[in-house]
Design a protein around this ligand. Structure first.
Ligand SMILES: [Zn+2]
Length: 120
């Protein structure tokens, strides 16, 4: 199954997708929201390798979160009060790349390994 979805192919009928990335399973759907804007809703779940911000040790966290944001076809002008907007500068939405960024965002949070947490 391709993880590249043509912008114009997405309609008001939810289009579901699933992919997995570095152990995290992602299932979600895309729907047309406004002209040149799509709404993406997804559930991210599974173990993800992160680095401890204190000692640098690598360990797994369990990811379990729902994300929703808008995908803009090209540059997005203005703002949306409810959702973050991700600009896509191609005709195809590369879902792997979109979730690369989402996962990098989670990894860049401060995570402390078990040992560091116990030491306080
Ligand atoms: Zn640590």
């Amino acid at each position: 199954m391709s993880q590249k979805v043509p912008f114009r192919r997405v309609t008001r009928d939810a289009q579901s997708f699933s992919l997995s990335h570095a152990g995290v399973k992602i299932t979600g759907e895309l729907t047309a929201f406004r002209p040149k804007l799509l709404l993406l809703r997804a559930r991210m779940e599974g173990p993800l390798e992160v680095d401890c911000y204190r000692c640098g040790a690598t360990f797994d966290i369990m990811v379990g979160e729902n994300v929703s944001f808008l995908l803009s076809e090209g540059v997005f002008k203005g703002q949306d009060d409810e959702f973050d907007v991700v600009e896509i500068h191609e005709d195809l939405i590369d879902l792997e790349a979109v979730f690369d960024s989402e996962i990098a965002l989670i990894q860049s949070d401060y995570h402390a390994c078990k040992q560091c947490r116990e030491e306080g």
